[in-house]
Design a protein around this ligand. Sequence first.
Ligand SMILES: Cc1cc2nc3c(=O)[nH]c(=O)nc-3n(C[C@H](O)[C@H](O)[C@H](O)COP(=O)(O)OP(=O)(O)OC[C@H]3O[C@@H](n4cnc5c(N)ncnc54)[C@H](O)[C@@H]3O)c2cc1C
Length: 483
Amino acid sequence: MRGRVRVSAPSGRRVAIVGAGWAGLAAAVDAIETGWQVTLLEAARAPGGRARSVLLPAANGVQTVLDNGQHILIGAYAQSLALMQRVGIDPAKVLRRTPLDLRDAQGRGLALPRLPSPWNGVAGILTARGWTWPDRLALLRRLAAWRRAGFTCGAQVTVAQLCEDLPPAVVHGLIEPLCTAALNTPLRSASAAVFLRVLQDSLQGGAGSSDLLLPRVPLGQLLAQPALAWLQAHGARVRLGARAMQLRRTGLSSSTAAAEGAAPWRIDGEAFDAVILATPVWEAQRLLEDLAQATPETAATPNWQAWLQAAQGMAHEAITTVYVQVPPPPRDQLARPLLPRPMLQLDGVASPAATLGAAAVAGAQFVFDRQQLSQDAGLLAFVASASVIERAILEQTVLQQARRVLQAHGHGAMPRIITSIVEKRATFACTAGLVRPGQRPSALWPGLLVCGDYVEGPYPATLEGAVISGRQAAAALTAVNRP
Ligand SMILES: Cc1cc2nc3c(=O)[nH]c(=O)nc-3n(C[C@H](O)[C@H](O)[C@H](O)COP(=O)(O)OP(=O)(O)OC[C@H]3O[C@@H](n4cnc5c(N)ncnc54)[C@H](O)[C@@H]3O)c2cc1C
């Protein structure tokens, strides 16, 4: 058996899991483990959802595999790392682990030394380049205050409000990049409560929880493909390129249906005992609104109205990843890394407009040296989070950033853009006061659940949030409708 999971004997009860992103995959693995017969439906030809590999059209007979967007994990992603292990992946082999390092090309900013927490944080702050002593002391005092308050604050507070009296150097060099990377939402609207929760998990989550984990392999190999292989090896029916179009409920109540052995749910006519919608929120909303129209009982339950209202209230933020190719150096020059470290913060972040809450920071906020990470020769990935500027303008700005950052490291080569991948709805906007849809769209039917990074919970839209939500949906299914 691949992977370390104890799997119960199949019970004959069928669950449809719609969507093979990280949430759906996590739900499917847990459902198999507890004895459900799993059918996994995925609209795309490949699994992974918003964390997937993308094949570029072959140029000169060479096929290039890229990620739909550069992803970062952190040591606190305990459930994601455990899921990888359960499907037979060794996280230490597929992820490059380093202490948190948010420095720019000149070495300015925060980098934590390899020390136990909280000493790594204290030492990192005291030695951060580009900050004055008052800056460092102000941050230490503020962290201590947040710690005393249990890393909590009012739901309506924004990150900009939370940090308004911190020194600008700390806001530009630390708060802004952290908030952008973790919440993908501008400071002026980002939820301080969620931001503090991310900080708490990173700082107090135990050894290595603040470490950066950067993928060494294409995103599809990090979890999605191995998980799919594991599911198939354990009897799941996996259908790729199969978009679920219609969800229907037969006329029976759950208990009657169970007593009579009838499966109460239909997806495009196929019968299931339970359904987990692991799609993005807009697709769950489409399927559920259609169901509610066909089944007026659904629309009559109070939590359906609340669910729908929350789903309708969600806005989304884009992320653009611009891939830049650097020509190989002349043969007589020794090949050396393109950048001093695999991940660098870029100057664009340090714009006063960002702190004041203006939507766009010009250009990308981070660059990743894929040559150091995954042996993609000469490839750099520039990431523009919460990006609102036009693609062509962004690409021009990124080219300037690329030349600057390469020159700073002694590379005179002229970089060129190979492609930009724009994910218009990369994450939900994690704004202050946001009410998120719950796991159960209708109180009537315990066998109908939703999961995904957007579902009610303490985390922003992240891989870890998706995995946790998927596992919670599978657990709820088992508790309510035990096979
Ligand atoms: C560019 C980018 C960068 C990111 N960077 C990070 C990062 O650094 N760190 C981090 O933690 N997170 C990051 N994220 C967020 C992370 O990718 C998401 O939070 C996570 O992948 C969401 O997983 P999910 O399973 O909830 O949803 P999804 O991944 O969206 O999965 C839903 C799946 O459902 C399928 N589907 C939809 N409708 C149907 C249907 N009707 N029938 C069948 N299938 C259907 C979709 O095709 C999709 O595969 C990033 C996201 C993007 C886009």
